[in-house]
Design a binder for this molecule. Structure first.
Ligand code: RIB
Length: 299
């Protein structure tokens, strides 16, 4: 039985590297274009698998070439794809991504089949009760996430919500949640506190803890990641790197963290492991193309 179950999106990313973003109505001559496997769910599954985890992905793709390539790619990563469903009517999700000279990304997702990953699909996923960690993001319907949360809590599984892209989360979802991992933008959206640094991250974390979340990690990009629960709080600094493309840095962090926790690492070591993996990913172009392998991590 695989210990890590990722439930989320699988996309095909269309990426253009350019110096600056176009203004509305402006046409720019950008740089190179490439197509790359992406989607926050699939990215996190790949990160967990490359970093040493045994992973099952629950997702939905279209009955098209991108869907076929997505499943083939996941299999090559040794990810269990038994529950990667194929939608007869919707295309595989796609993302249009522009990466600027600083490595910052701008992403628009056309969800396609991801929007049809429904509670009825999760009902078919009986072995989920054997998972130790369940990792979800917010590129699939909220009803599905809420449907997953109930049995996860009942089975004392560690449910991790990576709240990306930022969406409103119900009180029921947050109450008793094992871990939430927003970045600074998502933490600001969820709490109303403008998160820019360790101090404001701690204030935002306190809001989430008051809503019943057990553990909070707020990622702060090049500043690192802040951990907070009722007993402890600390910042793990990120190594200084030259960022080429920050796409999937958060996904790499989440996948790495899931591996570290299933291996029994303490919070501090687990977050150091995840920060280092994410820092490597930003030095490379692409989503899954940028995710490091276990042998690259030295902690
Ligand atoms: O987190 C990065 C991912 O967001 C991309 O791979 C894209 O597909 C969107 O899901």
């Amino acid at each position: 039985m695989n210990k890590i179950w990722v439930i989320g999106s699988a996309n095909t990313d269309m990426v253009v590297k350019t110096d600056k973003l176009p203004l509305p109505g402006e046409t720019l001559l950008g740089g190179s274009f490439f197509i790359n496997a992406g989607g926050k769910g699939a990215n996190q599954a790949v990160a967990a698998a490359r970093l040493g985890g045994h992973v099952t992905l629950v997702a939905k793709v279209g009955k098209d070439l991108f869907g076929k390539e997505t499943i083939e790619g996941l299999k090559k990563e040794n990810i269990d794809t038994e529950y990667v469903f194929t939608d007869e009517n919707a295309p595989t999700g796609t993302a249009c991504i522009i990466v600027n000279a600083e490595g910052e990304n701008y992403i628009v997702v056309a969800p396609g089949a991801n929007a049809n990953l429904l509670p009825a699909d999760i009902e078919k996923v009986n072995p989920i009760s054997g998972a130790e960690i369940i990792l979800v993001q917010l590129e699939i319907p909220m009803a599905t996430i809420e449907y997953i949360a109930k049995p996860a809590k009942a089975h004392h599984q560690k449910l991790i919500i990576n709240p990306a892209p930022a969406r409103i989360l119900s009180n029921e979802l947050l109450a008793g949640l094992f871990l939430i991992t927003p970045n600074e933008t998502e933490a600001s959206f969820l709490t109303g506190i403008s998160v820019t640094d360790e101090t404001t991250a701690s204030e935002a974390a306190a809001v989430l803890l008051n809503q019943g979340v057990q553990n909070v990690i707020i990622t702060l990009g090049r500043q690192g990641a802040c951990f907070q629960n009722r007993e402890a709080k600390f910042l793990i600094e990120a190594p200084v790197v030259q960022a080429v493309d920050t796409t999937a840095a958060g996904d790499t962090f989440s996948g790495a963290l899931a591996v570290a926790l299933t291996e029994g690492m303490e919070w501090e070591k687990a977050i150091r492991f995840a920060v280092q993996a994410a820092s490597i990913s930003v030095t490379r172009m692409g989503a899954q193309a940028s995710v490091p392998y276990r042998k690259e991590i030295i902690i």
